[in-house]
Design a protein around this ligand. Structure first.
Ligand SMILES: O=c1ccn([C@@H]2O[C@H](COP(=O)(O)O)[C@@H](O)[C@H]2O)c(=O)[nH]1
Length: 237
């Protein structure tokens, strides 16, 4: 069975837990995601630990945001770890995004548009007034023009972003919550089925999988739900 387009967020307090989650979910999902918690605690070695023997695709979610020269140096430093995807903040601007793209040519640079934890009210307080979709679309276009090959947005905006940037850009959606589960600190959420049907290429899912009693079974269940969405959208294929 082809692994589902899911990146499991390995936001674990220690390396053993992260490696265990990775080995439980990798038969079912295409990608594991290393974020700030794990990377700042263990450094570059964490990548090999979670990649393990399976060779699963690793998404390094460092959300770089600094002046272009500094981001270029940071992107170059982590490019040797060969992550499939590396995140930068779109709000860092076009020169910063371009610097990351040029510094890590073998890695997909994904620009985070607006964090999925921000509500419309939060955004207004940070100076991004108006519907979240407006700022997300504006930052998406800016990032793609600067060379980003992927974008991070919430599942609530994914269809509008797709319409704006076309098929070639990889759309990645955190803020995914299976029906009936708590949104926790996420503000702009949707179910895995909705995110996938609306055009997301890669769903980031952390706690709903890693916080469950059986992360492998939970990942397998969500993967099966996505296959049903695919089959319904393209019967006979
Ligand atoms: O806008 C963003 C960008 C990144 N993330 C990251 O995704 C996961 C989500 O984990 P859950 O446990 O499913 O909430 C987490 O690692 C974030 O750092 C995001 O949530 N929103």
């Amino acid at each position: 069975m082809t692994p589902a387009p899911i990146a499991v967020a390995l936001d674990a307090p220690d390396l053993e837990t992260a490696a265990r989650w990775a080995s439980l979910v990798t038969p079912h999902v295409s990608t594991v995601k290393v974020g700030l918690e794990l990377y700042l605690r263990y450094g570059p070695d964490v990548i090999a630990s979670v990649r393990g023997a399976s060779g699963v695709q690793v998404f390094l979610d460092l959300k770089l945001h600094d002046i272009p020269n500094t981001v270029a140096g940071a992107a170059k430093a982590v490019a040797r770890l060969k992550p499939a995807i590396l995140t930068v903040h779109a709000a860092g601007g076009p020169a910063m995004i371009r610097a990351a793209v040029e510094a890590a040519p073998a890695t997909r640079i994904a620009a985070v548009t607006v964090l999925t934890s921000l509500s419309e009210a939060d955004m207004e307080r940070t100076g991004l007034a108006g519907p979240p979709g407006d700022a997300v679309r504006r930052l998406a276009v800016l990032a793609v023009e600067a060379g980003a090959q992927a974008l991070v947005c919430s599942p609530q905006e994914v269809a509008a972003v797709r319409a704006e940037v076309g098929r070639d850009i990889i759309l990645i959606t955190p803020g995914v919550r299976p029906a009936g589960s708590e949104s926790q600190d996420q503000a702009r959420v949707a179910t895995p089925e909705r995110a996938f049907a609306d055009g997301a290429d890669l769903l980031v899912i952390g706690r709903p999988i890693t916080g469950s009693a059986d992360p492998g079974a939970t990942a397998a269940g969500i993967a099966a739900a996505l296959r049903r969405v695919s089959a319904a959208a393209r019967p006979g294929v």
